[in-house]
Design a protein around this ligand. Structure first.
Ligand SMILES: Cc1ncc(COP(=O)(O)O)c(C=O)c1O
Length: 429
C-alpha cells in the first residue's frame, strides 16, 4: 500500500498559477504537481497539515473532523448511505470543473491523463490488484450490473446469492433470470450471522451440478462481514465463479482483492473511501476474463477486456478521487479501521446499558468496524429515526431488512464519542 507517498514533496501550485494555464503548462509540472494544484487550490485543504492520528480516541482525530464541511455541532452517523467527502475532495471537484470549463479540451486531456496515470493505478495498488483489472464506474450498482451481466451463463444454469443482498446486488440477477433463463437460488443467511464455517457450509450445501457462480456481499447493508476468502476458495475448488459486492467494505479497512481470491468485485468509492458522489469501481481478476466479459465492446479480448463504460465522463469527479486517495492514505486504512471500531465499540457499550436494546451486529470478526444495527423494544425504526435525528441534531438510518425492525448507526473517522452519546440519549429518552 503506497501509504508513505509524500504528497508535499511533489510540488505545489498556487491558485494564482491556475487560471489560464494550458494543458501543456499543467503537464510540464507533472501529473502529481497538477494534482496537488487541484487539491489545495483554495489554500484551506492543504494535505500537509493532516497528520496520521496517534491512537483511536477523539483527541487524536479532532483535526480530521475540521476537514469536513458539515456544520459544527451537527453529527453525521449515516456514512454507510453516502460518505461525506473532506473539503480537499470538494475543492478538487470544483477546480477540475473550473479547468474543464475554461479550457475544455486541455482540461479534458489533463483530467483523463490524471485518471489513467494516477487514480486507477493508485486505487489498484491500494486494493491489491493490477491497474488493468480495475475500471472506474459511477457507483457500486453500475459495477454490479456489469459483473453480473458480463458472466457467461446459459439458460438453466444456476447462481447462488444470499438472502442478505442489497437490491443493487439482487436486481441484476433478476434481470439475468428474466432475460436469460438463469435460475437464481437464494441461500438463507441468518442475522446476526452464524459462524464462518456455517456460512460456507450453507453455500456448499446449495450447490448442484448446474451451479456456475456464487454472489454475496463482503459487508452487508447492515454491517455483517462475510468470510470472503473462505467462500471464494470453496467456490474455486468447486469450479464456480465468485462475485462480490464490496460497496460497504472498501475504505473501512484494508482490502486486498488478490488475496481474497474473488473473480469480480464491485464497490462504491463515495461511501467509506470519502470520494465524491458518483464514484465506484469494478474489478475483474485477469484470469477470470474468459468467463466475465465486457458489456460494451464486440472486439474485447483477454488482453484488452474493455470493461470501461464508454463515452464522455464526469472527469472532474473521477479525477478528484486522487484527493480522496491522498486523504485515506495519509490517515492509513489500519488507523481508519481502528477509529471506526473504537467509535462503534463505544456505541455498543452505551446501547448495552439498556435492557430495551437488542444488538444485532455480530462479533468484531464478523462485523464491519463502522456499522452497527440494533432494535429497541417498543420502537418502530421508520418512525423513530426522524425523531431521534431532530432531537440529537444528527443523521442516522433505519434497517428494516432481514426480518429486523432495526436502527443503523454508521460511524466514520469524523464522528466523536460525544455525538454517539447524544444520539443514544435521544434514542433511549
Ligand atoms: C451492500 C450494498 N451494495 C450496493 C449498494 C449500492 O451502492 P451505490 O449507491 O454505490 O450503487 C449499497 C448502498 O448502500 C449497499 O449497501
Amino acid at each position: 500500500m503506497p501509504s508513505d507517498r509524500d504528497i508535499t514533496e511533489e510540488g505545489s501550485v498556487s491558485c494564482s498559477d491556475a487560471p489560464g494555464m494550458g494543458r501543456r503548462d499543467w503537464l510540464k509540472l507533472g501529473a502529481g504537481a497538477a494534482l496537488v494544484g487541484f487539491s489545495a487550490c483554495d489554500g484551506r485543504g492543504a494535505l500537509e497539515e493532516l497528520r496520521p492520528p496517534a491512537g483511536a480516541a477523539d483527541d487524536a482525530w479532532r483535526a480530521v473532523r475540521g476537514r469536513f464541511l458539515l456544520e459544527p455541532g451537527r453529527a453525521y452517523l449515516n456514512n454507510a448511505s453516502l460518505g461525506m467527502p473532506p473539503r480537499e475532495v470538494v475543492d478538487a471537484v470544483c477546480e477540475g470543473y473550473r479547468h474543464l470549463s475554461s479550457e475544455p479540451l486541455d482540461g479534458k486531456h489533463l483530467l483523463q491523463d490524471q485518471i489513467a496515470e494516477e487514480v486507477v493505478p493508485r486505487l489498484a495498488t491500494l486494493l491489491g490488484a493490477s491497474p488493468s483489472e480495475v475500471v472506474l464506474t459511477r457507483n457500486a450498482s453500475e459495477a454490479l450490473h456489469l459483473q453480473t451481466t458480463g458472466l457467461d451463463l446459459s439458460p438453466g444454469d444456476e447462481v447462488l446469492i444470499t438472502s442478505q443482498e442489497h437490491p443493487a446486488g439482487r436486481r441484476p440477477w433478476l434481470f439475468r433470470a428474466a432475460r436469460d433463463g438463469v435460475a437464481v437460488n437464494e441461500v438463507f443467511v441468518p442475522s446476526p450471522l452464524p459462524t464462518e464455517e456455517e456460512i460456507v457450509e450453507a453455500f456448499a450445501r446449495a450447490i448442484t451440478p448446474r451451479t456456475r457462480a456464487i454472489a454475496f456481499c463482503h459487508v452487508t447493508r447492515g454491517g455483517h462481514r462475510y468470510p470472503v476468502r473462505a467462500l471464494c476458495e470453496m467456490a474455486r475448488s468447486r469450479g464456480l465463479v465468485s462475485l462480490v459486492d464490496g460497496a460497504q467494505a472498501v475504505g473501512q479497512f484494508p482490502t486486498h482483492l488478490g488475496e481474497l481470491g474473488c473473480d469480480a468485485y464491485s464497490a462504491s468509492l463515495h461511501k467509506w473511501m470519502l470520494g465524491p458522489s458518483g464514484t465506484g469501481f469494478l474489478y475483474v481478476r485477469a484470469a477470470a476474463r474468459d468467463r466475465i466479459r465486457s458489456a460494451f465492446a464486440h472486439d474485447a479480448s483477454l488482453e484488452s477486456p474493455a470493461f470501461d463504460p464508454p463515452g464522455t465522463l464526469d472527469l472532474p469527479v473521477r479525477a478528484a478521487l486522487s484527493s480522496a486517495l491522498d486523504f485515506v492514505e495519509t490517515l492509513g486504512l489500519e488507523r481508519i479501521e481502528a477509529r471506526c471500531r473504537f467509535l462503534s465499540d463505544h456505541l455498543k457499550a452505551r446501547l448495552s446499558e439498556s435492557s430495551r436494546v437488542t444488538l444485532l451486529s455480530s462479533n468484531a470478526g464478523q462485523s464491519a468496524p463502522g456499522s452497527t444495527i440494533f432494535e429497541v423494544e417498543g420502537i418502530d425504526a421508520l418512525e423513530a429515526v426522524p425523531l431521534i435525528e431532530s432531537r440529537a441534531d444528527a443523521h442516522i438510518d433505519e434497517h428494516q431488512r432481514d426480518g429486523h425492525n432495526a436502527i443503523r448507526i454508521s460511524t466514520h473517522v469524523y464522528n466523536t464519542t460525544e455525538e454517539v452519546d447524544r444520539v443514544v440519549a435521544a434514542l433511549l429518552d
